[in-house]
Write a protein that binds this ligand. Structure first.
Ligand code: XMP
Length: 561
């Protein structure tokens, strides 16, 4: 058993393999060795070390991020890395196991991405998913071939070895979600088939309870027992302890922030959104008055929004906040601007100018704290990048000022949005703030079609206030990704009492979505829509017509501009 302790790759044997130039003979040796080893017992691999991680080697699957989400839901820290990441970057994470993601390539194509040598040489557990299973088959000396049939969607997974630790609490037959054409023709030495489907005699394979391959996707919701398989892998096979909790994250972050900032000065742009609110609160907990928040009110916020944000941070938490009421200034700069992208540009640039001006008055600043999240980091560094045609420039409030010199602190850069929310709740932020629907940086300016004016802003705020109020009363606020009003640049004829009116048109948009990449219009109850419409035309003077937007994204976008 002692020889089973995960070994750090030795310097001589360590090589980073990036593509098809792998020496299969090296791995054949490893495959044979693995087959002869005793399995690693759960818990043995952790040996009291607090830090633990599962490392996902990314081959570009559209589901790579989902794997991460699932593992983190199991309270195990999980990081996605490109397939050519050197061991030096992996070692500090103290990996307990590797997952090889799916991907669009075919292993028999020249130049197909393969796993780095350390995945096998470290002797840590490995789970290959779909393309990842084919990768380990090829690298460990098996054979992958083009399937005659594309297996896509639902399949019945039947266990031939239900006693495998990977299958603890999994029924003998259960649905699994497939998406592959290539298949395992010959398993590597030492592997045996553990489960099959109608089209895949080797739907799951394993070697010595340490290296496994799954032809299906356990990370998707269509594989109902997938999460348990992943749980078995990270706990039973990798021996993880499950210390990735948000309270651990907070205490580690406080420690790291204190260490990094020392006695320096930090500024942070506060917008009232969940990310900047959580960053500000975390920083304040760590360094107190060494933090100054700058809240630029661009005059494009919803009714009472600025007051509520100030109330939470200044009154309740006692934070030092510089509040800049720049509404009139922004309005002046937006005069005559009707093009949506120009609006975004003007607002983004003005924000940075105002922010820099205020920051300058504070003397020397050492750090700027930003609410960058993990998906932003991944998009800029990994092959998961969702490069696509630019539809809109999403200027976030808090964009990096250009002319100032300071270091960045991004305490949330390894968190997903829902983890940020949990951190917010643990830090005692009000639920209303933590569960707030997304609100765009350029605010109401991109919900007023055409030129923005003070009068239009007031009309829109009135309509938006009523809409929010009714949606919350109907207890639908948290079920909707976003719900808001748009002031359309159109006037239409109406009748009120005995009078003809010629008034503005308000559109209501309410959508459901998981990530804003796609969205569907919400099927709001008719009587709720009737109440909203009725209140808006009665209470917002100048509006005489309300319409409901019934388009999904695509082809529309969520915002109208
Ligand atoms: P679209 O309209 O592109 O919106 O379907 C997707 C998500 O992004 C938000 N959005 C923005 N957020 N600055 C932001 O900070 C922007 O300019 C911007 N434009 C759209 C939108 O509210 C939705 O959540």
């Amino acid at each position: 058993m002692t020889s089973d302790k995960p070994k750090k790759p030795s310097d001589e044997s360590y090589r980073v393999s990036t593509s098809g130039d792998i020496e299969v003979s090296t791995y054949l040796e490893i495959a044979k060795e693995i087959a002869g080893e005793q399995p690693v017992a759960a818990g043995e691999a952790v040996s009291g070390a607090e830090r633990e991680a599962i490392v996902v080697i990314d081959f570009g699957s559209q589901y790579s991020l989902l794997i991460l989400r699932r593992i983190r839901e199991l309270q195990v820290y999980c990081k996605l890395v490109a397939h050519d990441t050197p061991w030096e970057k992996i070692a500090p994470l103290n990996p307990k196991g590797f997952i090889l993601s799916g991907g669009p390539a075919s292993v028999y194509e020249p130049g197909a991405p393969l796993a780095p040598a350390y995945v096998y040489e470290s002797r840590l557990p490995v789970l290959g998913i779909c393309y990842g299973m084919q990768v380990l088959t090829k690298q460990l000396g098996g054979r992958v071939e083009q399937g005659t049939k594309y297996e896509y969607g639902h399949a019945d997974l039947c266990l031939s070895h239900p006693d495998s630790p990977l299958f603890a609490d999994i029924p003998a037959s259960s649905p699994a979600w497939m998406s592959h054409a290539d298949k395992i023709e010959e398993m590597p030495p030492g592997f045996s088939a553990l489960a099959y489907t109608e089209n895949s005699p080797v739907a799951v394979m394993g070697s010595n309870e340490r290296i496994f391959g799954l032809q299906f996707h356990p990370e998707v919701a269509h594989t109902p027992y997938g999460k348990i398989i992943l749980k078995n892998f990270v706990y039973h096979i990798c021996g993880c302890q499950g210390n990735w909790t948000m309270s651990n994250f907070i205490s580690n972050s406080l420690h790291r922030i204190k260490e990094q900032v020392d006695d320096g000065k930090v500024i942070c742009a506060l917008s009232g959104g969940v990310d900047s609110s959580v960053v500000a609160t975390l920083m304040y907990r760590a360094i107190g008055d060494q933090l100054t928040c700058i809240f630029v009110n661009n005059g494009l916020l919803r009714r009472e929004e600025a007051e509520r944000t100030l109330n939470v941070f200044q009154q309740n938490l006692g934070m030092h906040i510089i509040y800049v009421d720049a509404g009139a200034h922004f309005l002046k700069r937006l005069k005559g601007v009707t093009d949506p992208e120009t609006k975004r540009k003007v607002i983004g640039e003005e924000f940075i100018k105002v922010f820099e001006e205020e920051a300058k008055n504070l003397g020397k600043i050492d750090f700027l704290a930003q609410g960058t999240l993990y998906p932003d980091v991944i998009e800029s560094t990994s092959s998961v990048s969702t490069a696509s045609a630019k539809i809109k420039t999403h200027h976030n409030v808090g964009g990096l000022p250009t002319k100032m010199t300071f270091s960045l602190i991004e305490p949330l850069r390894y968190l997903f949005k829902d983890e940020v929310r949990q951190v917010g709740l643990e830090l005692g932020l009000p639920e209303e703030m933590v569960w707030r629907q997304p609100f765009p940086g350029p605010g109401l300016a991109i919900r007023i079609i055409g030129e923005v004016s003070g009068e239009k802003l007031e009309l829109l705020r009135g309509a938006d206030w009523i809409l929010m109020n009714e949606i919350k009363k109907a207890k639908l606020y948290h079920q909707l990704w976003q719900s808001f009003a748009i002031l359309v640049d159109v006037k239409s004829v109406g009748v009120m009492g005995d009078y003809r009116t010629y008034g503005y048109l308000i559109a209501i948009r309410a959508v459901t979505s998981d990530d804003a990449m796609t969205a569907d219009w919400a099927r709001l109850p008719y009587n709720l829509l009737a109440r909203i419409s009725n209140r808006i035309v009665n209470e917002v003077h100048g509006v005489n017509r309300v319409v409901y937007d019934i388009t999904s994204k695509p082809p529309s976008t969520i915002e109208w501009e």
